[in-house]
Design a protein around this ligand. Structure first.
Ligand SMILES: [Mg+2]
Length: 444
């Protein structure tokens, strides 16, 4: 049995943990450069705000409906994510972090009451991080993902499914007739890996609901669509075709990770691995014509080797501006490893996740003030600075203090100096959990 645990409206929920004034209000989170809505609270969904909708199209709702927009704060989301994943990981022998807010748990061989475990897990995540989640159980990963969709939707839209399935939904407890009913009430596009394009094609062919899909002829699907869709069908019928770490790519992010054949104990080994992962992720990013606004890097010891002392690092770095340039990702992740590496641990796995993906075309054409110069001066000697500083000062004068500011500099392994300036993020909340000087202060 697999479980999929997914945070509800992750980015909005992270903001709400520290800003209770956002509770119950329509809230959207804007991508870097404040361009598009990349997360919506349920109230914002009710207002009709669509995923990835440009901010200028919904801006009028600020006045007319009290819509609140905040700039993405990936440093906060990444840190909240690792806290949440750590809690979830306690509940099953095996965990696969699938995206910034989703993880699969493998409950094979666990014979206790899974719904009770799910409710307990949900309460623990809420108590320890403040994040609301939904939990779906199913005999295959695709069914667990679908059960999660049902758990979340039943909670958000009462009446859409039987209320007993809200928040925690275990398909393993349903009779065949009940499962058919749930599948008949669910659009085919909600199935994992189907997506909008194939969903539209299926709908056109008369396959509207998940139940329609389950009743399709497998070889027909393979011929007319793909072998992947055939696999999906088998998974929906309860035949497991995907193990942990074996899944279609998540939308909105690119993850490259690997377990090491032999544990790594040297900093150089981790730097080398994550540099390679970052380059591979950047290649994928460029292949799909996107740019990323943030990068997450993680490395950890094995949770299965009980003799090893545990250590796990997961840090999310917002980038200067969205980019697809490998060098920026490589230096950011190498920098984190140099800062966070501790010797004396047997590291077993590492990975790099690119976040805040946007079409490259959206970002090209903007005035590229902050592009790294092609010719790098030796560190410390920097002729371009005065002109740049003058530009920064002029921008701050015109758009307000800290519209643009200098961040940390670092020297990457390839010798390039990396400089960071923050992008336009006028509405970003403090980085409550990762910066001492931005920690919330409680007055009692
Ligand atoms: Mg989610």
């Amino acid at each position: 049995m697999f479980a999929l645990v997914d945070a509800n409206n992750m980015y909005v929920s992270c903001e709400r943990v520290f800003q209770p004034r956002l509770n119950g209000k329509p809230v959207v989170v804007l991508s870097s450069n404040d361009g598009a809505c990349i997360a919506r609270s349920n109230e914002a969904k009710e207002l009709g705000v669509k995923m990835a909708q440009p901010w200028f199209q919904v801006r009028h709702l600020e006045r007319s409906a009290g819509l609140i927009a905040v700039s993405a704060n990936f440093e906060l989301y990444g840190d909240m994510s690792s806290r949440m994943m750590a809690v979830e990981g306690r509940y099953a022998p095996r965990q696969e972090v699938y995206s910034i807010d989703e993880s699969f748990l493998d409950f094979t061989g666990v014979h206790s009451d899974l719904v009770a475990i799910g409710r307990d897990l949900r309460a623990a995540v809420l108590r320890e991080t403040g994040l609301p989640t939904s939990v779906g159980f199913g005999p295959t990963k695709t069914l667990a993902k679908l059960a999660n969709h049902v758990a979340k939707t039943a909670d958000r839209k009462p009446g859409s499914y039987p209320s007993g399935l809200a928040q925690v939904c275990n398909f393993g407890l349903l009779t065949q007739a009940e499962l058919d009913q749930v599948m008949a009430a669910t659009e085919v596009g909600a199935v994992w890996g189907v997506g909008r394009r194939i969903g539209a094609k299926l709908t056109e062919a008369g396959v509207r609901t998940v139940l329609d899909l389950v009743r399709c002829d497998a070889s027909m699907l393979r011929r007319q669509f793909s072998v992947v869709l055939q696999k999906t069908l088998l998974e929906l019928r309860g035949t497991s075709c995907m193990d942990l770490d074996d899944a279609p790519a998540a939308r909105q992010q690119i993850l490259v990770s690997r377990s090491f054949g032999k544990s790594v104990t040297e900093m150089a080994g981790i730097v080398e691995a994550v540099s390679e992962f970052a380059s591979r992720a950047a290649e994928k990013l460029r292949a799909q014509d996107s740019v990323a606004g943030a990068v997450n890097v993680f490395f950890l010891t094995s949770p299965f080797r009980s003799n090893d002392r545990p250590h796990s690092v997961s840090v999310t770095v917002p980038l200067v501006r969205p980019t697809s340039d490998s060098r920026h990702f490589v230096s950011a992740v190498a920098d984190v490893v140099r800062r966070e590496f501790r010797s004396g641990f047997n590291y077993a796995k590492a990975g790099v996740m690119l976040l805040d993906l946007q079409p490259a075309t959206q970002v090209q054409g903007e005035l590229d003030l902050f592009a790294a110069p092609d010719v790098q001066e030796p560190p410390g000697k920097d002729k371009a600075r005065p002109a740049l500083m003058a530009a920064v000062d002029a921008l701050n004068l015109r758009f307000g203090r800290d519209a643009v500011h200098l961040g940390n500099s670092s020297i990457a392994s390839n010798g390039h100096e990396v400089r960071s300036w923050s992008t336009k993020q006028e509405r970003r909340s403090p980085r409550f959990t990762t910066r001492w000087d931005e920690m919330p202060v409680v007055k009692a």
